[in-house]
Design a protein. Structure first.
Length: 65
């Protein structure tokens, strides 16, 4: 009896974890956040750009005369 209860609880926990992973993936796709290999450096790139803009200011549009 206890073995069956442990199996049910374990199955439920694994199912919740998989639903969490799927939901996180779908949220990233819906918001346009990179997934896969590109996601590892996406956050670092954004922070680097923010630090650059704080130090040097936003990029100014060049006039085309």
């Amino acid at each position: 009896m206890t073995g069956a209860a442990i199996g049910i609880v374990l199955g439920f926990a694994v199912g919740l974890y998989l639903l969490f992973l799927l939901g996180n993936y779908l949220r990233k796709k819906a918001k346009g956040i990179p997934t896969g290999e590109c996601s590892s450096c996406h956050g670092r790139k954004e922070r680097l750009i923010q630090q650059y803009r704080r130090k040097y200011g936003p990029k100014k549009a060049e006039s085309q005369d």
